[in-house]
Design a protein around this ligand. Sequence first.
Ligand code: GRF
Length: 208
Amino acid sequence: MISRIAVLASGGGSNLQALLDYLDSLGDDSPGEVVAVISDRPTAGALERARAHDIPACSIAKGADGAAELFRTLHDASVDLVVLAGYLRLVPPAVVHHYDGRLVNIHPALLPAFGGEGMYGLHVHQAVLDAGVRVTGATVHLVTEEYDRGSILAQWPVPVFPHDDAATLAARVLQVEHWLYPRVIHALAGRGEIVLDGAPPFSFTEPR
Ligand code: GRF
């Protein structure tokens, strides 16, 4: 059975693109198909990427109306798995409960550090730099009613270099996100174990 995947995104959607490219690369062996892309922002680049793939894409209103609309949209598309990819809003409780264990997010740091409300985008990477840690990374986790607190499914480390700023660090972590997230989603969609076969096909060395 092919899992029907919805992606929720507020921004540019590079993780959505990585997932689409990865599933395409699997051809007939793909365990899942993205059947809906939903945003809270009508101008989100992720919506454009979805439309370029002929995937139904829509933005939903804020507040209680939006929560009901989100639930209805997921239900009408017979979604099995909900993937957050840079989605900045809390997912409404009804959706969290209905998709319990089938609702995932990627966070650009090693949770439980550097997560929670306000920890998104460059704020995360700046907090990592301010703390002086030498290793950051990406975390895929289940979604609960709180930001970044659900069970951790997979993580991958990324070095922090002395001359990094938030933007250089974000770009390095994003490369790992694009490798990690599709593979975890593949495992979840196929109802299999999460086994990351080998390291990403790149390594990070400090620029001279
Ligand atoms: C990623 O860094 C992701 O970890 C975080 O939001 C960012 C989304 O980037 N949750 P993009 O829109 O997928 O390019």
